[in-house]
Design a protein around this ligand. Structure first.
Ligand code: HEC
Ligand code: HEC
Length: 289
């Protein structure tokens, strides 16, 4: 805190302690009991001395307060002789935690993907990590949602396998589908949409799809492939499995084609170390097996 606030606290705290002590000293009588002259319904008010046990306790609290303020940081920026800091206490707790869990992480991080999938502790730790870091986007059950891939269905945009999942965690994933509205025009978008539906084996307008196919073959093959099976190196999804990241209605597909999409999974390298990414990848891979 700034030194002005520090002095405000010091003066306020010591000042009130001194005022209490002076008040107590000023009222230090042992005899008395004079009539104050106040009389209410026949009950007289006497000016009795303070009870000694009470005065004794008051003195004790003042002595305790002084001892406490010397030992513990309570007076503004004065550190106290104990050397306690909130940061130090936090660090000590983190160190205790690390010491306790480091061997567990190290043991799990040495396991193969198969071992991770069948080990109860690995699954528990992996699930905790998933709930803390991934469930906000992929859902508590990892089944994803609009724009967030389902991690349990065995269909992978960026290819399957332990290493790919670990790569996603440590490096993030960014799928870039350019917008085609300007190049295709509204009619073109509608035609390519019908062709996309036909690729997925869905109901479609055959004539429009045929027109759309020509455009698909010039504009889309580079990423989604001639047969529509996608390209995991670019994160271009398979368009033939009828699984949709951005919705599978004709309107939603047309919207995707017209405006493009830019799905972005952040990298967790700053938050999760190599060991945790390993355990997490084991858990996520096991979800689709
Ligand atoms: C430069 C590569 C590239 C080209 C060219 C391309 N796409 Fe894509 N497309 C992608 C990527 C990458 C994604 C995934 C976007 C994401 O993850 O946010 C995608 C997503 C899609 C989707 C959404 C799939 C889903 O699961 O919801 C559709 C539909 C689609 N593209 C159709 C097309 C069509 C039709 C064309 C041609 C007009 C085309 N794409 C051209 C890369 C491309
Ligand atoms: C901020 C939201 C967000 C969080 C948090 C997040 N992801 Fe993702 N993740 C995404 C998006 C979006 C994609 C799809 C990227 C794209 O468009 O290709 C994705 C893709 C993936 C993929 C590739 C899926 C495929 O089909 O190939 C994996 C694996 C994955 N995430 C795992 C994880 C794990 C494990 C965590 C926890 C460490 C996590 N994600 C946390 C948003 C997120």
């Amino acid at each position: 805190m700034s030194s002005a606030w520090s002095w405000f606290v010091i003066v306020g705290t010591l000042g009130s302690l001194i005022v209490f002590a002076v008040l107590l000293f000023a009222n230090r009588r042992t005899s008395g009991g004079e009539d104050t002259g106040h009389d209410y319904d026949g009950i007289k008010e006497l000016d009795n001395p303070l009870p000694m046990w009470w005065v004794g306790m008051f003195v004790l609290t003042i002595v305790y307060a002084i001892g406490y303020l010397v030992w513990y940081p309570g007076l503004g920026n004065v550190q106290g002789t104990a050397g306690w800091t909130s940061l130090g206490q936090w660090q000590a707790e983190v160190d205790r935690h690390d010491e306790r869990f480091a061997p567990i992480y190290a043991r799990l991080a040495a396991m193969s993907p198969e071992e991770l999938a069948s080990d109860r502790v690995a699954q528990q730790v992996g699930r905790r990590l998933f709930l803390n870091h991934c469930s906000t986007c992929h859902g508590v059950t990892a089944q994803g949602g609009f724009g967030f891939p389902n991690l349990t269905d065995g269909e992978w945009i960026w290819d399957s396998g332990f290493d790919k999942v670990k790569h996603a965690v440590l490096n993030g994933r960014n799928g870039i589908m350019p917008p085609w509205g300007a190049a295709l025009g509204d009619q073109g978008v509608a035609d390519v949409t019908q062709y996309t539906l036909s690729l997925a084996g869905r109901e479609h307008d055959a004539e429009a799809a045929q027109r759309g196919q020509a455009q698909y073959n010039t504009l889309c093959v580079a990423c989604h492939g001639a047969d529509g099976s996608g390209n995991p190196l670019l994160g271009a999804p398979n368009l033939t499995n009828d699984i949709w990241l951005y919705g599978g209605s004709a309107d939603e597909i047309a919207f995707t084609i017209k405006n493009g999409r830019n799905g972005n999974m952040p990298s967790f390298a700053d938050v999760l170390d190599e060991q945790k990414a390993h355990i997490l990848a084991g858990y996520v891979t096991s979800l689709s097996q």
